[in-house]
Ligand binder design. Structure first.
Ligand code: URP
Ligand code: ZN
Ligand code: ZN
Length: 474
């Protein structure tokens, strides 16, 4: 089956022009003005923007976090992602302590079978042992080319500095990318104990016990360790000015460090955690929301390439059933929030329409750069001949109000409730198949495939006529 998207404003990093895009089967086969080829179906995209499908490289679907499991599974979560214009995710598979990485990979492959869009995995390593070296190599052979380590949550998820160095050294050998959750776990534990001893149990203390300095200090240390290992590094969920400074100074010292932030850090602030009663629990996620003064620094960092990626860190929990099920104190609230559906529209409305970032930069942040950094490019993340036909026809004038009563995520509240946004994914095409059309679901459960990624993904693979070049280190 072939599909012609006619007269859309086609955006990729090297193109912003009105053109036709021809899809044959699962691939893009031609891009030009006034294409003359026959197509089985014609989609008129006049007045619309055509972009590569969004790539969300930070999600936690059906993820066990403490006593709870995140409320979206691979079917509901990726369907919601698709409604928002995301056609590929890289989810965090998590090793169980004392068990092999391969076992976690097999478990996550089983969960993801339901996914209607394509997916890959990073592997979270929660305990270090010499055996892990070979297990990491085996995973890279299986297409899992990125690993995550935690500098927070001692006794549960955290690795110590020596162990993190070992993961980084092995990643360097394997051409894999290490993602780091950078917060100083010991300092946070100490601040948390003091808060609880003083009877400070409300949700706002989640934020007050995880200050920006704890994030920036850990980022500094992660960069130093990566330099010792000679490995590239990706800092997940950057929230604050202090961490941005660490990224910039790390690069001046030669570190190859990349960074992401998430929509909630750009448009929400710490005051949400101070809502009456337990309402603030809806916003308990890690690292925490910050003072609004950080917003402009994060937007600037997206514009000037201090940060390369916007992901969602989608990790939803129902409010009554999970967030406040054990409402003793803030440490008992499962960490995480929902957002997989709203990434493109929030960034478009609050970033592109306000002039903080360009249309081309928007596409880079939500699709091209995550695809490049994590070894999905050029199959994903670009509109080019030979690439997968993962495309979004974006209606730049559509207005709607975000609400839990209308969103598609399997969670009973929205962090962005009542936000009015302009711009919406009108048609979403995944490997040539229309899966969302005019607000209606056309996809099928299980049509997504595991994407086997190649090592060295943080280095750009050439498109035809292009030379290979490393990603900018800042
Ligand atoms: O609060 C969050 N972000 N939960 C998910 C786990 C993580 O740290 O990314
Ligand atoms: Zn994290
Ligand atoms: Zn996360």
């Amino acid at each position: 089956m072939s599909l012609m998207i006619r007269n859309g404003r086609v955006i990729t990093p090297r193109r912003d022009t009105v053109a036709d895009v021809l899809i044959d089967g699962e691939k893009i086969t031609a891009i030009s003005q006034n294409l003359s080829q026959h197509a089985d179906t014609i989609l008129d995209a006049s007045g619309r923007i055509v972009i590569p499908g969004g790539v969300d490289v930070h999600t936690h679907l059906e993820a066990p976090i403490g006593q709870h499991v995140s409320s979206d599974d691979f079917e509901t979560g990726t369907r919601a992602a698709a409604f928002g214009g995301t056609t590929c995710i890289v989810d965090f598979a998590t090793q169980t302590r004392g068990r092999s990485l391969q076992e976690a990979f097999d478990t996550w492959l089983g969960k993801a079978e339901q996914s209607p869009i394509d997916y890959g995995f990073h592997m979270i390593i929660v305990d270090w042992h010499d055996r892990r070296r070979d297990e990491m190599a085996q995973l890279v052979n299986n297409g899992v080319t990125s690993f995550k380590v935690f500098m927070a949550y001692p006794g549960r998820l955290m690795l110590d500095d020596g162990e993190i160095l070992s993961v980084m050294k092995q990643s360097r050998e394997l051409g894999a990318l290490v993602c780091v959750h950078a917060e100083n776990g010991a300092a946070i534990d100490s601040l948390t104990r003091s808060a609880l001893n003083n009877g400070n149990t409300r949700p706002i203390y989640h934020a007050l016990t995880r200050p920006p300095a704890a994030e920036a200090e850990a980022t500094h240390r992660a960069i130093a360790l990566a330099q010792l290992a000679g490995a590239p590094l990706y800092i997940v969920h950057v929230t604050c000015r202090e961490t941005l400074e660490e990224l910039r100074t790390g690069r001046t010292r030669g570190a190859q460090v990349f960074g992401e932030t998430c929509p909630h850090y750009l448009v929400l602030s710490v005051q949400e955690l101070d809502r009456p009663g337990m309402e603030g629990a809806k916003f308990v996620l890690t690292p925490p929301l910050r003072e609004p003064t950080h917003h402009e620094h994060l937007w600037q960092a997206l514009a000037d390439d201090t940060l390369q990626v916007v992901s969602t860190d989608h990790c939803p929990f129902d409010f009554e059933r999970q967030k406040i099920a054990d409402a003793g104190d803030f440490t008992r609230i499962p960490n995480g929030g929902p957002g997989i559906e709203h990434r493109l529209e929030l960034l478009y409305d609050r970033g592109v329409l306000t002039g903080k970032i360009s249309l081309v930069r928007w596409v880079e942040l939500v699709s091209t750069q995550p695809a490049r950094l994590f070894g999905l490019y050029p199959a994903k993340g670009v509109i080019a001949v030979g690439s997968d036909a993962d495309l979004v026809v974006w209606d730049p004038g559509a207005r709607h109000t975000i609400s839990a009563s209308t969103h598609h995520m399997n969670v009973d509240y929205s962090m962005f409730e009542g936000f009015s946004v302009t711009g919406r994914a009108e048609t979403v095409i995944a490997r040539g198949e229309t899966i969302v059309s005019g607000g209606a679901w056309k996809g099928t459960r299980g049509r997504g495939r595991f994407v086997k990624r190649s090592p060295g993904g943080h280095v750009t693979k050439p498109l035809s006529g292009e030379k290979s070049s490393p990603m900018p280190a800042g």
